[in-house]
Write a protein that binds this ligand. Sequence first.
Ligand code: HEC
Length: 173
Amino acid sequence: MWHDYAYWTNLVKIRGSKLMNKLYIGLAGSILSLSLLTAASAADPKPEDAVRYRQSVYTVIGWHFKPIGAMMKGEIPFDAAAVARHAQYVEMMSKTAIAGFPKGSGPDAVKDTEAKPEIWTHWDQFEAKMNDFQEAAIKLTEVAKGGDQAAIKAQFGKTAETCKACHKEFRTD
Ligand code: HEC
């Protein structure tokens, strides 16, 4: 049987076709993952959506940061529990703010933004400023939970400095 030419060619054919099947499955898989990739890029945020997202994040930050400041200045009564609650929101937003700055969402793509183009040309510095802010915000939540007004005031001041530091360089007035 082993010397039967037809047997061997048949075997080779069968093996060949199995191999082809594998190749086809592999190919189908790559096409599938390619289309998934395309789907992912179709889901990339539009520049104007990114701007809306980051402005919303900063609106929430401002909303919760301001009343802490007002308490520190004595404009409204000090309330440790309220400070802790506000600080938690600031902390949470500080962790996601960077997601609102995808490449291509600068002022050349979107009119209604105060983000400077330097954000993307000096990304490492921008990211560092964001990290400073995040660290300060995390600390503020910790200190706020302690309820010590003087300590909260000091940490609030440090956090506010990180807002200013970034706005000065990366936000138009
Ligand atoms: C690492 C940089 C960075 C840090 C830190 C930062 N900001 Fe901003 N902020 C920006 C940029 C950039 C914009 C402009 C966004 C835009 O218009 O696209 C902005 C915008 C804002 C706005 C206006 C939002 C709107 O509706 O247009 C407020 C309010 C604000 N920031 C408050 C704060 C406060 C309060 C802090 C600190 C507790 C802070 N920011 C920390 C970069 C920063």
